[in-house]
Design a protein around this ligand. Structure first.
Ligand SMILES: Nc1ncnc2c1ncn2[C@@H]1O[C@H](COP(=O)(O)OP(=O)(O)OP(=O)(O)O)[C@@H](O)[C@H]1O
Ligand SMILES: [Mg+2]
Length: 241
């Protein structure tokens, strides 16, 4: 799947949040969407999947414009959105959460079954009967990714997956992202934590006040003191990959 976003303008009431945002994610590519608090990262992802439709511009998924399509349409085409925070059905069990997600895209075929999700995330298998509301932050993140995977997506939009996670879980999350990339899934990773994005993507966009301020390789971002300062990071962290 190739995602091409062109000139999106999105409003919340009178507030003009996205002011012509554009980006491209090639099939199987992992791309970072960077930007400080309030830059519009979440709004851009919500506009891509139709949760907060853009007023103008285009969202092309393999050439089809989904800007005005309802969220289920992008999901059924293989574009999964993993929201930030504790967005799971808290009164349902882990297994029920996965089953509901799987049924939302009944026609999508692929390698991801509940069984395979449990194989890849054995910790999720251990808590499969537990209510999702009782999971730890890391387990909930795992469940949200599992819910995306059982729809057999071709591309995953991940909104701030590291938020609120302990460092050891962030490291695990990095391994899961590596797995998705090896399965040739495209990834768009929204992050305030630029160091995490640097380790797991090769290319990125810097969103500032609803516009793309910069697009380039991670090296270019880290080599520029001006861009680092726009991201609120002082130093070049060591590359971990
Ligand atoms: N539901 C909403 N109603 C009104 N304004 C909103 C709403 N959601 C977000 N905004 C505003 O839109 C702007 C962009 O917010 P958004 O959540 O997209 O940014 P973000 O880059 O995801 O930030 P963060 O890093 O904090 O998640 C901000 O000014 C925010 O206050
Ligand atoms: Mg956000």
């Amino acid at each position: 799947m190739r995602l091409v976003v062109e000139g999106l303008h999105t409003y919340y009431g009178a507030s003009h949040v996205l002011q012509g945002a554009s980006l491209v994610v090639e099939p199987g590519e992992a791309v970072a969407l960077l930007g400080r608090n309030g830059a519009g990262k979440t709004t851009l992802m919500r506009s891509i999947v139709g949760l907060t439709p853009a007023r103008s511009g285009s969202v092309l998924v393999d050439g089809r414009d989904l800007r005005r399509a309802p969220p289920y349409r992008s999901a059924r085409l293989g574009l999964a959105f993993v929201p930030s925070g504790r967005r799971v059905f808290s009164s349902l069990s882990v297994a029920e959460n996965l089953e509901v997600a799987r049924r939302s895209c009944p026609r999508r075929r692929g390698p991801w079954t509940l069984k395979r999700v449990y194989e890849v995330f054995p910790k999720l298998a251990e808590v499969r009967t537990r209510r999702a509301g009782h999971l730890s932050g890391g387990e909930q993140q795992m469940l949200k990714i599992g819910r995306a995977l059982v729809t057999n997506p071709e591309m995953v939009l991940l909104d701030e997956p590291t938020e609120g996670l302990a460092p050891a879980v962030v490291e695990e999350l990095g391994q899961w992202l590596g797995l998705l990339t090896r399965e040739n899934l495209g990834i768009l990773l929204a992050e305030q934590s630029a160091a995490f994005a640097l380790a797991h993507t090769a290319r990125g966009y810097l969103l500032e006040k609803g516009r793309m301020r910069f697009e380039g390789t991670m090296e270019e971002i880290w080599d520029s003191a001006e861009l680092r300062s726009a991201l609120g990071v002082a130093e070049h962290p060591n590359r971990t990959r």
